[in-house]
Design a protein. Sequence first.
Length: 530
Amino acid sequence: MSFFIGMIMGMAVGVGLVVAFARYEQVRSKRRSELLTWLNLQLNKIWPFVDEAASELIRSNVEPILEQYRPMILESLTFSKLTLGTVAPQFTGIWILEDQSNSGAVTMELEMQWDGNPNIVLDIKTRVGLALPIQVKNIGFTGVFRLIFKPLVEEFPGFGAVSYSLREKKQLDFTLKVIGGDISAIPGISEAIEETIRDAVEDSITWPVRNIVQIIPGDYSDLELKPVGILEVKLVQAKELTNKDFVGKSDPYAVLFIRPLRDKMKTSKTINNQLNPIWNEHFEFVVEDVSTQHLTIRIFDDEGIQASELIGVARVALKDLEPGKVKDIWLKLVKDLDIQRDTKNRGQVHLELLYCPNGSDSSLKNPFDPDYELTTLERRIKSETVGKVDADPAKVSKKNVIVRGVLTVNVISAEDLPAVDLMGKADPFVVLTMKKSQTKFKTRVVNENLNPVWNQTFDFVVEDALHDMLIAEVWDHDTFGKDKIGKCIMTLTRVLLEGEYQDTFPLDGAKSGKLLLHLKWSPQLKFRES
């Protein structure tokens, strides 16, 4: 990261000399090759000066950035040595992008490869007082930088400012070594430092972040990154997590983020001794570029005073979300997002996602928003508050209303249940539980049937539908007890949005089997005490 910032700042004006040329004609293939050769030649010539001039500047700029991403296990993270080495990077591609929406600007993308020999030593101090010098070695990087020259002006060098970003990171490899020791002998330290460096690169210079270098004095606030919408995330549950503990089971918690800044990351509660945790927690994130940003979720095992151990990580692209529509998704956990193949089963995590662009019209419903009201609730507010002595309709705000109502569940049938009896049959029944209130209903037992039909209906009074869950468990009845066949867990988000629906739900924990349910929501109003 230190190299990236130093190199870009050192080269911005030099690269800008190409802008005047780019304004008047396209860079053809042959000319592009000549331009790359010229750029690499010039960079090789000035590299010793860039290295010498940039080192202190990098130190003063990068240390505060690392501090923002420093994990809690570390008390401090600073440079003791920092030079960029003798090997200059090489530009391997150059493009001038045509963008009709960005008039008065030139956008250039430069592909760069660097197998450098920098001398970078980090001094770290842990919370337990351990001080270590860590050398960053064997750096290999390939990526595409985007430079936007804007506004274009008549005076030299032809533009008022340049904003730069790492548009695409194709490769980022490095190794960490304790000077005079083995970093692997200290549990959690290597992972924490590597995660810090990658997070800092990911968030501090990676698109859509735009770092602005002012060339000619002026107001360039229009170049800054601005919010374009809100991502609502419901962390529902995880299943089949890898057990990281020798005694008992893992104590999982989740960290979610779009940008890995400490104050923008969200952390769930810890579920002790559980490989199939249920969180049902809601988080909100600011979106700045829906076309390129991702939601990342990391699942950790809480190790108390020691560093938490990563169980797995997953990511979903925001461009895959349809604005205003809830996406219910299971994501497979992997060890590293940069590793393409990970055959080990680390578990899955269940999310509900809703992207709401700024300025959305009122037809886009956001059930997670505390200001949200269903259409039926809006009608009830207008009709029911008029007759109340102490209720002025003009003063009834959405924040005074919670989503309360009756959930009607029709347990229709199941199919393809696994055989649990010696005779190759089962005697299934279903137990429905509303998680927060622990209200339970049970169907009748259907004897010796792997495709039972119940068609029984139950009503649950729900006090807070946005934060409750319905758990449906299929059991096998036995004279001497009962055995759980499998279960399915569902939030109430979909039934709140659609009013009612019918669907089949696969049974977790069972080799086979699906449960067919019909859900209907009858909303009521409840006013919070002011």
